[in-house]
Design a protein around this ligand. Sequence first.
Ligand code: C5P
Length: 208
Amino acid sequence: MSLVIAIDGPAASGKGTLARKLAEHYGLPHLDTGLLYRATACALLDEGLPLDDVEAAVEAARGLSLTDFDEARLRAREMGEAASVVAAMPPVRAALIDMQRAFAARPEGAVLDGRDIGTVICPEARVKIFVTATPETRAQRRALELASRGEAVDYAAILDDVRKRDARDSERSAAPLKAADDAIKLDTSELDREEVLAAALAIVERAR
Ligand code: C5P
């Protein structure tokens, strides 16, 4: 039977790293759904269009191809901010649903990570994990990651960014960031990456 694993959580919670490792462990394809919103925002910025141009955003979302993302560019800090603006528009979310569900419907299963995988995209997923960590921990991790890439680090600005994105993602009316009722919460504030993976593997094995 196919194994669909839904990983949701706030910005910089470690859900992306965890999703990648779980996919590797179970030999499943992985979709980082944040990239879809980032790529949509990026297309608008490239055309010099405002981020609240709904029609252009929907067109950009419909035209996305999962295979040609410029990840280095899409993962830049400003792109996360821009993504959360386009992601608040319901028609943009609607335009991206089929693509995500088709990915999850692969015969072997899939790992998807985002904000609404367990609640909207794959409510029937066999395993749902909601990854959390305090804003300070998440800002610290993001700072380390940027420093390791040789980028300038301003911890206060990063923490502010994390808090703003939390507020925008949790308070929007369209598919807000929230744990599904049947999701297992995994607080990673006090855990290193190996411990997070071990805890998640235990959750998946119990649900399988
Ligand atoms: O996860 P990531 O930081 O790449 O996501 C960027 C933004 O895209 C988030 O802040 C959120 O607004 C949006 N997003 C979303 N639903 C998802 C994935 C991402 O609304 N499933």
